[in-house]
Design a protein. Sequence first.
Length: 159
Amino acid sequence: MSKEKRAFTLSWLAALSVLLLLMCTPYENDFIAGYLVPVFFIIFTLGVGKLRYPFLNLTWAVSTLCLLNYNQNFLQGVLTEYSLAFILAVLISFSVCLLYMVRIYHRSEWLNRRWHLQALTDPLTLLPNFRALEQAPEQEAGKSFCCLRIDNLEFMSRH
């Protein structure tokens, strides 16, 4: 793991821990319930592109469990079963959206890697093309290779 990714992961975990600590403390505060819950969702949305699927899924499950068990500030002002059902529906819908966003992001990254590799090969012969040839000296320094380029090869193949 690179230093930047490690720093992001640690700062993301620290921010999440502070938010969970504030929302799960036993004292009641209107500002915590009103302003920190959207920040909690934003923190998880920021983690979609940077963190792995199992890690994000596990931290979301643990965080949701903590919020529902120690709910002094998270569920403050919830007096009826209808408002509790609404909050649980919001958590469920955000869970589905979060998992879907992570899945879409990782699939698009996989497709980008696949298309990049396909752009480096000729579709007919499956041999490296000129783009791959441009990258070859960088990747294989100290080795020699030969390139034979014949202009108008397709013209000669027709006749």
